[in-house]
Design a protein around this ligand. Structure first.
Ligand code: UDP
Length: 326
C-alpha cells in the first residue's frame, strides 16, 4: 500500500510512519517542520512542504498514486487557540480543505483524520461515546469539528471516504525507544512530569486540586501512542475493504487523575518529582474518559499498552535518552 502521511514528522505522525513501514507500506511524509523533526521520520520518503501549497500537493498526489492519506498536521494547543484563533482556523481548517480539494482533484478517496475529544466540550456523561453532544468550548475543538463536518459533506458529494479518530490523551513512546514526544514548548502532563523527574525541569505544576474528583485533580484518559497507531492501521484496513466513512473515540476507557500520574511516575522513575499546586487551567473539564467500545466492536481495536505504568515506562525511557542528548 502507498500512503501519504501529512504531519509525519510530529509526535503521533512519526510513530505512525514507523508503524506503516513495519507493516510493509510505501510511505511518503509531508511536513513543514513547524513542530516536527525530520530525523523522526524513520521510514520512506520525506518531503518538506506545507499543505497550503496546492501546486506541491497536486504534484505529490499525481506522482504518488496513494491508496490513502493520513493527516496529522495541525496545531494542538487549546490555550493558544483562544488567543490566536486565526492561526488555528487557517491551518487546521483552511489548509486541511486545501488538502481535501487536492485529493478530490487527484481522485484519492481514502482519508484518515486526527480528531480530538475536544470536539465534545463539557462532558454530559461519565464516559464519552460517539453519540455524545458535540459542542466544543474552544477554537481548537471547533476547528476539528468543522473538518469532521466537511468530511461528511465531501463523502456525500465527492465520495471521499474518511475515518475520524478522536484521541483522548495521546501519551507514551515507541516501546523500542526510537521515538517519543518532542513538543516545543511542551505542554502535556506526562512529558512534563518526567522532565521534572530527570531534572530538566524544577517541578511539575498541578493545575487545580479542587475539582469534583476523588483526589481533587483532573481525570484524563491516557492512551498509548502505539495503540493509537494500531487504531489507524485498522481504520485503514476498513477503508481499503470498502467500508463507509466512520468516526471513533479512542481511549483506554479508564481515567487517571493528575495526582495518580505523578504518583505512578514516582514509582516508575524512583525519583522524587517536586510538585507545586497551582490555579486551574482555563477550559479544563474535571473528567474526560472515552467510551471506545465502537472501535473495539467495529474495528477490532484492543489497546495493548493500557496500563499507566507501561505507558510511563516507555515515556521515561525516551525522556532519559533526551535528557542525555540535550
Ligand atoms: N496538567 C497539569 N500540569 C501541567 C500540564 C497539565 O496539571 O503542567 C493537567 C491539565 O490541567 C489536565 C491534565 O494535566 O487536567 C492533562 O493535560 P494535558 O495538557 O496533558 O492534556 P489535555 O487534557 O489538555 O489534552
Amino acid at each position: 500500500m502507498k500512503i501519504l502521511v501529512v504531519g509525519g514528522a510530529g509526535y503521533i505522525g512519526s510513530h505512525m510512519v514507523k508503524h506503516l513501514g513495519l507493516a510493509g507500506c510505501a510511505v511518503t511524509t509531508l511536513d513543514n517542520l513547524s513542530g516536527g523533526h525530520a530525523d523522526a521520520v524513520l521510514h520512506g520518503t520525506f518531503v518538506q512542504g506545507d499543505i497550503a501549497d496546492r501546486a506541491l500537493l497536486d504534484r505529490l498526489l499525481a506522482e504518488g498514486r496513494f491508496d490513502a492519506v493520513m493527516h496529522f498536521a495541525s496545531f494542538i494547543q487549546v490555550g493558544e487557540s483562544v488567543v490566536a484563533p486565526a492561526k488555528y482556523y487557517q491551518n487546521n481548517v483552511v489548509n486541511t480543505l486545501n488538502l481535501l480539494d487536492a485529493m478530490v482533484a487527484a481522485g484519492v478517496k481514502r482519508f484518515i483524520f486526527s480528531s480530538t475529544a475536544a470536539i465534545f466540550g463539557e462532558p454530559q456523561s461519565d464516559t464519552i461515546d460517539e453519540q455524545h453532544r458535540q459542542q466544543p468550548i474552544n477554537p481548537y475543538g471547533r476547528t476539528k469539528l468543522m473538518v469532521e463536518q466537511a468530511l461528511a459533506d465531501y463523502d456525500r458529494a465527492y465520495g471521499l471516504k474518511s475515518v475520524c479518530l478522536r484521541y483522548f490523551n495521546a501519551a507514551g513512546a515507541d516501546p523500542a525507544g526510537e521515538l517519543g514526544e518532542r513538543h516545543d514548548p511542551e505542554t502535556h502532563l506526562i512529558p512534563l512530569v518526567l522532565q521534572a523527574a530527570s531534572g530538566r525541569r524544577s517541578h511539575i505544576s498541578v493545575f487545580g486540586r479542587d475539582y469534583d474528583t476523588p483526589d481533587g485533580t483532573c481525570i484524563r484518559d491516557y492512551v498509548h501512542i502505539n495503540d493509537l497507531c494500531q487504531a489507524h492501521w485498522l481504520a485503514l484496513q476498513s477503508l481499503m475493504g470498502g467500508a463507509g466513512s466512520q468516526a471513533y473515540n479512542l481511549g483506554n476507557g479508564s481515567g487517571f487523575s493528575v495526582q495518580e500520574v505523578i504518583d505512578t511516575a514516582r514509582q516508575v522513575t524512583g525519583r522524587e518529582i517536586p510538585v507545586v499546586y497551582a490555579e486551574r487551567r482555563a477550559g479544563d473539564p474535571a473528567r474526560l474518559v472515552a467510551d471506545s467500545r465502537a472501535a473495539t466492536s467495529q474495528l477490532g481495536w484492543k489497546p495493548q499498552f493500557a496500563a499507566l505504568e507501561t505507558l510511563i515506562e516507555h515515556a521515561w525511557a525516551w525522556e532519559q535518552k533526551r535528557a542525555v542528548q540535550l
